[in-house]
Design a protein around this ligand. Structure first.
Ligand code: ADP
Ligand code: MG
Length: 233
């Protein structure tokens, strides 16, 4: 039997941030298969967020290939890449990036507005929002509330629901548990993984916290896959 096509594959990626004090990174190879949960560990400043930006296509490498769900995003126009990202990637940011004055419901449904194919997989948006909130342990009475009024732990679950809706093949999370205590971290990863297992979703999370390692299928050290450069370009 042949291995399934990777959900995420980087080959010979070379990125240099423009500017005088430039930061750069090189990734010879990174490959994630369907349904894997992977923790990418690295110290603060080691380039984790930069690498995730390359994977999501919010920044573009000078050379090399970044393939998501079998398609190289490097050669896409920025508009095409934005739509592709919305279709294929569920994003959880460190600061959650919720719209504070919009309801929890509208925050969760937001990615579907930019991703018609992902939206098609959601037969009944409101029922899906209710189901996700239930599965993630959010009380149903917060669904209509403004996201900005929720506790940090609850906002993080809303961010997870927004990433999970419409079952994108890849979830990318940038230190989403760093502001939570250990018990809440574990509980959050538990519900995230339960959801990802149900849909064979690949999860890539970056963190500086090695204590999270045992909860993931695979742990990768930034220093093993990425070479960084600093200083004059
Ligand atoms: P991490 O997420 O691992 O903490 P980052 O990818 O955020 O690391 O940062 C890598 C390097 O790039 C650091 O040296 C950081 O100071 C620098 N950096 C990050 N964001 C910017 C930016 N917007 N402009 C200039 N330098 C940046
Ligand atoms: Mg970071």
């Amino acid at each position: 039997m042949t291995n399934p096509a990777p959900v995420l594959e980087l080959n010979d990626v070379r990125y240099r941030r423009p500017g005088r004090a430039s930061f750069g990174l090189d990734v010879p190879k990174l490959s994630l298969t369907q349904g894997e949960t992977v923790l990418l560990l690295g110290e603060s400043g080691s380039g984790k967020s930069t690498l995730l930006s390359l994977i999501c296509g919010t920044i573009v490498a000078q050379s090399g290939a970044v393939c998501v769900a079998g398609t190289d995003i490097s050669s896409m126009s920025s508009g095409t890449r934005d739509r592709f990202r919305a279709e294929q990637i569920g994003l959880i940011f460190q600061q959650f990036n919720l719209l504070p004055f919009a309801s929890v419901r509208d925050n969760i449904l937001l990615p579907l507005r930019f991703a018609p194919d992902r939206a098609k997989r959601v037969a009944s948006p409101l029922e899906d929002v209710e189901r996700l909130c239930r599965d993630l342990g959010l009380p149903s009475d917060v669904i209509g509330a403004r996201a900005g009024l929720l506790s940090v732990g609850q906002q993080q679950r809303v961010a997870a629901a927004r990433a999970l809706i419409g079952t994108p093949p890849l979830i990318v999370a940038d230190e989403p548990t760093s502001s939570l205590d250990a018990a809440t971290q574990t509980a959050f990863l538990d519900v995230l993984f339960t959801q990802s297992r149900a849909h064979a979703t690949t999860v890539l999370m970056v963190s500086h916290d090695a204590r999270l390692a045992e909860q993931f299928d695979r742990v990768i050290q930034m220093s093993d896959i990425v070479k960084t450069t600093r200083g004059a370009a």
